[in-house]
Ligand binder design. Sequence first.
Ligand SMILES: Cc1cc2nc3c(=O)[nH]c(=O)nc-3n(C[C@H](O)[C@H](O)[C@H](O)COP(=O)(O)OP(=O)(O)OC[C@H]3O[C@@H](n4cnc5c(N)ncnc54)[C@H](O)[C@@H]3O)c2cc1C
Length: 277
Amino acid sequence: MFHQPMTFEHALDLRSELGTDATVINGGTDVVVAMNHGAIKPTTFIDVSRIKALRGIEKQNGHLIMGAGVTFADLGKMHFRALREASLSVGGPAIRNMGTIGGNIATASPAGDGCVALLAMNAEVQLSSKARGDRWMPLVDYFIDYRKTALADDELIKAVRVHNNPRSRWYKIGKRGAVNISLVCCAISQNENNKTELAFGCVGPIPKVAPKASALLTGETLTPELIDDVANLVTHEVAPIDDQRGTATYRRAMCSTLTKRLLTQLMEDAPKGDADA
Ligand SMILES: Cc1cc2nc3c(=O)[nH]c(=O)nc-3n(C[C@H](O)[C@H](O)[C@H](O)COP(=O)(O)OP(=O)(O)OC[C@H]3O[C@@H](n4cnc5c(N)ncnc54)[C@H](O)[C@@H]3O)c2cc1C
């Protein structure tokens, strides 16, 4: 059975009625791969891709709110540098035209490029259910364990929001450059109060923030010495594993290298008053 609601309210009705018996699908770039691998065998779908309300991007009270159905192609046109570059690193054009930020957050892969960029930007995610309405939660609290999230069986992801003006940087290391799953990726953002956040992908079971490194940076002016200290500290905050794509030792070293590279970029760009250009 293939349900194709045209409104978010109808989708919530179906989600409430069908629960885990139905598979939510948007762009299908994760769901169809899982089906092809035989990892899931859905018989009922709730296709949320026709819901216009999920495709919007709007400014509200100093936030930018992106609907769960916004695609990576759309995000690739945004002024937030980390999110733009992370989005443009996802797959190829076909995947970016179909894959959505809501799908990336729901899949909760430790390699989720959109998740890592959003984490560094202190994003909040909006979860909705028919029974309990909407709730906003920090994205950092949404990721619980490997592909385990705070999303309840009767909930859908409605939107994600970030503050409107952080400066940010992004870098992804993958074996075939951008068009590949990350070996390790890093995003850093800094707001106007010099509050700096760092996030990494592929260094643990979930997309990972580095709170001790962020605390060391907060309120401080970036200097080469401080950047070195932070680049050392992050190696203790990540917990990568060896897998077929790379070793834990390499990933840990790259976290340090990327931290140094991106913080240095932020430091060097700061005097120009660049607004995330
Ligand atoms: C060739 C290829 C390359 C890729 N490269 C990358 C890459 O470089 N980086 C990267 O991060 N990802 C990559 N991906 C993975 C994928 O494109 C992303 O995770 C994408 O964001 C998933 O979005 P979707 O709309 O296609 O989700 P779908 O496949 O439709 O759904 C994914 C999951 O999200 C759930 N879901 C979808 N929408 C909602 C909602 N509104 N509420 C609740 N649950 C929902 C679904 O039930 C499912 O569990 C790649 C995939 C492929 C096939």
